[in-house]
Design a protein around this ligand. Structure first.
Ligand code: NAD
Ligand code: TYD
Length: 350
């Protein structure tokens, strides 16, 4: 049995990955290390919490002694690192937390791994999960490639870019066997409703205004979260050491077009009059430093590892809406308490 550490496994993407790994690899002991911030929710992985090859540890990656003890206890053979502060708007109001978790936390994990591996890296992997936002903002044309120069513009993307650089430095300097992937925007079940798609679903359901930043013309490249988890599995097992893989859905949407699609889908599913939800759209002050367009070229992962997305966007979005409508309790739980004060701060100041 190999001990594999997944950090951030109680969050949105991490929970999909933990489920996949626990079910697919009974010969791995999967240890999920998560601080359980507002974004981490044990309910996300309730279905596998009693699996014999799964263990949960509540800890903060910024606490280097705790992290070091954990590595000494489990002697991990592999690390898949997802734990992060992940929301751009929060990084604008509170950058420090992003630097602590995303930069210092990543450094602590690298140091703890190096310490127990003692520079004998055979059969070891440190896999760092990152974002396409490190590449900055595209104009109308072009794509992000693995060798596109980094140009982060938000505290969130700058903190992720910093951590990517440090992970790469450990490869070049110490020979640490690392892998990195940079993925586009994910969507699907269990995403915290501060992000565009679940926020819109939640507000449409409750007949609340739909806050579209600026003119709604910014473009994102959306990927079904389970396809991201499959890509991480492929890269972890088959990707080349020291390399970066871009992951994306070739699925670009202007925000306003996506909100229209969601409105129409929800009207139909809720049996409301056609066009009702679109009436809720409210243009609000733009996000500071709002990146215009993200678009991934995912040729490398397709050609080297045979990975391609498995669902169309329409199919994935319809399933996502169904999940949120069928899991009202999940949404009610996560939107009580802290979420309310976050929401008021974020949207009532405009
Ligand atoms: P999320 O915010 O839903 O989950 C993050 C998880 O990390 C939570 O469970 C949280 O409790 C945990 N965490 C936060 N700070 C921690 C700390 N100090 N110590 C331990 N655990 C901590 O994020 P997500 O959307 O699932 O993203 C996961 C990873 O994937 C992140 O590294 C993010 O940068 C990257 N990513 C996300 C997207 C996206 O569209 N969501 C796209 C590309 C890459
Ligand atoms: P988000 O889900 O926060 O992801 P990211 O900023 O990491 O791409 O936002 C996706 C897009 O939607 C982005 O262009 C900002 C926009 N947006 C809104 O227009 N209104 C909102 O309330 C939110 C949260 C996002």
């Amino acid at each position: 049995m190999k001990n594999i550490l997944i950090t951030g496994g109680s969050g949105f993407i991490g929970s999909h990955l933990v489920r996949l790994m626990v079910n697919k690899y009974p010969n791995y002991n999967i240890v999920n290390l998560d601080k359980l911030t507002y974004a981490g929710n044990p309910e996300n992985i309730k279905d596998i919490e009693n699996a014999p090859n799964y263990k949960f540890v509540q800890a903060d990656i910024v606490d280097k002694d705790v992290i070091s003890d954990l590595f000494n206890e489990y002697k991990f053979a592999g690390v898949i690192h997802l734990a992060a502060e992940s929301h751009v708007d929060r990084s604008i109001s509170n950058p420090t937390e992003f630097i602590m978790t995303n930069v210092v936390g990543t450094l602590n994990l690298l140091n703890a791994a190096r310490e127990i591996w003692k520079d004998d890296f055979s059969d070891k992997i440190f896999y760092h999960v990152s974002t396409d936002e490190v590449y900055g903002s595209l104009g109308d044309k072009g794509f992000f490639y693995e060798d596109t120069a980094y140009d982060p513009r938000s505290p969130y993307s700058a903190s992720k870019a910093s951590s990517d650089h440090i992970v790469r430095a450990y490869y070049h300097t110490f020979g640490m066997p690392i892998k990195i992937s940079n993925c586009s925007n994910n969507y699907g079940s269990h995403q915290f409703p501060e992000k565009l798609i679940p926020l819109m679903i939640h507000n449409i359901k409750n007949n609340k205004p739909l806050p579209v930043y600026g003119e709604g013309l910014n473009i994102r490249d959306w990927l079904w979260v389970a396809d991201h988890a499959r890509a991480i599995d492929d890269i972890f097992h088959k990707g080349k050491v020291g390399e970066t893989y871009n992951i994306g859905g070739h699925n670009e949407w202007k925000n306003i077009d996506l909100v229209h699609l969601l409105c129409d889908t929800m009207d139909e599913k809720l049996g409301r009059e056609k066009g009702a939800a679109r009436q809720l759209i409210t243009y609000v002050k733009d996000r500071a430093g709002h990146d215009m367009r993200y678009a991934i070229d995912a040729t490398k992962i397709k050609e080297e590892l045979g990975w391609v997305p498995s669902v169309t966007f329409e199919e994935g979005l319809s399933k996502t809406v169904d999940w949120y409508l069928e899991n009202e309790q999940w949404l009610d739980n996560v939107t009580s308490g802290n979420y309310r004060s976050y929401y008021e701060n974020q949207y009532n100041k405009r």
